[in-house]
Design a protein around this ligand. Sequence first.
Ligand code: FAD
Length: 383
Amino acid sequence: MIEPLPLTSIPPDDEALRAPVRAFLDEKLRGIPLETRARSWMGFDVEFSRALARRGWVGLTLPPEYGGGGRSYFARFVLAEELLANCAPVSAHWIAERQSAPQILRYGTDAQKQFYVPRICRAEVFFCIGMSEPQAGSDLAGVRTRATKATNGWRLNGQKIWTTNAYRANYMIALVRTSGTTEDRHKGLSQFIVDLSLPGVSVRPIEDLTGEKHFCEVFFENVDLSDNALIGAEGAGWEQVTAELAFERSGPERLYSSMVLFDAWLAHVREAELVSDTSRRFAGKIAAHLAVLRAMSISVTAKIVQGQSPVVEAALVKDMGTEIEQLIPAAIADLLGADPDRPASAALLRALSYVTHIAPSFSLRGGTREILRGVIARGMGLR
Ligand SMILES: Cc1cc2nc3c(=O)[nH]c(=O)nc-3n(C[C@H](O)[C@H](O)[C@H](O)COP(=O)(O)OP(=O)(O)OC[C@H]3O[C@@H](n4cnc5c(N)ncnc54)[C@H](O)[C@@H]3O)c2cc1C
């Protein structure tokens, strides 16, 4: 059974981070068109990530001895919330700082920690996640990419798919099979840090519904990896990857993907004097849902601060959060369509078009809705 989530507030010291982050974003995001800002998660802007890093805001929770900020997860909550609610382009450093660095710190050798983590905190190197394969998405234990022991390390062969930013990242943390077969499921899997510039690695971006390229196919053909590329213990890849997914699902990341669109719609309603019972009801519904989800997300953060791993609670917040993220563009399209005499601006319509096309991915990336509901049901003792 899962425990009720206790209502928690963000400590004042961490809340104090909000004002300087807002001031920084006001300056950096001024003049960026709505439709560009709507990309946020997908917005890959190395200069923005480096400017953030210079303020000490990449790797905020990571230990100072590795270049991190040494702050609590509440401070990261405030930072992430401001970045996403204001639709900052976070894609370049996001994966490395949220998942790869904590993973390396938890399972890596001293040499790996010293080599990678300070570079991640300076936004000098970017990572991607090599989990999914053509026959292994939800069924991740079915990965077939294989590393076999060679004289001076490992030889890697296989294919990954849907790898966000692989064509512009420096490294991938890949889940691969090092022994046994797919029938062995969770046994015999390991994680490697793969330098994507190595001979034998080829990357092919995939165009999505919006016409943009962010995720990729990645092929490994006799890629020679040194022994130092293995992260954690050989054969412990499944436990490690499960811990990594908890980092991915636990933040406020799953609430704000449609927020800039919602804000722009509210501004349109006010300017065009379209305030009606219907628009009021919709705005109230979103505000009420967000308030509850935000409180839940802060409670999940409190559990992480206490050293717990709230896998089930994080799955719950992600599932409910993506529902709201997907409801916003659909409802706004209906509301705008119901009032054709007072049309929205081209900028609002372009943002709506982008968010509508990208919205199906909200409940796929980081684990699909059905898989998360399975996790929740198991956590509640229902299966
Ligand atoms: C924008 C985006 C970015 C991504 N980035 C990355 C990345 O960087 N790295 C990476 O490794 N992967 C990434 N992915 C891949 C993502 O993790 C997978 O798409 C996801 O895990 C689902 O796998 P699949 O696409 O193979 O679908 P499938 O697993 O084939 O699922 C198809 C459908 O069947 C349902 N289903 C499957 N199994 C069950 C079950 N047991 N019970 C009930 N329903 C089930 C699923 O919920 C889904 O609706 C990304 C995906 C997206 C959309």
